[in-house]
Write a protein that binds this ligand. Structure first.
Ligand SMILES: [Zn+2]
Length: 91
């Protein structure tokens, strides 16, 4: 089950960005997205506040709605099926 929320500093309240990951998992950088939606570096690093280096927590967390993921999975399966069909024709 995936959750999404704001990574917020316990000390100064600075919002580092959005975090997406498994419910209950540690807030590592791999789940962190900056404002532009890009993943930041050092995937296993625990996230710290960039302003005061304080600990962070997941604020306003909610479950990720699965419709986007389901559409993506369906599209990938269609692409794989098309590739398989093409390979069968070539063989
Ligand atoms: Zn801070």
């Amino acid at each position: 089950m995936l959750v999404i929320g704001d990574v917020k500093c316990l000390h100064c309240g600075f919002v580092r960005g959005r975090w997406v990951g498994p419910k209950g998992a540690a807030l590592t950088a791999s789940g962190l997205k900056d404002e532009a939606g890009q993943a930041v570096a050092a995937p296993d690093e625990p996230v710290r506040c960039v302003r005061c280096d304080g600990p962070v927590f997941l604020d306003d967390a909610s479950l990720v709605t699965s419709s986007y993921r389901l559409r993506r999975i369906r599209r990938l399966r269609e692409q794989i099926a098309a590739l398989d069909a093409e390979r069968d024709r070539a063989a």
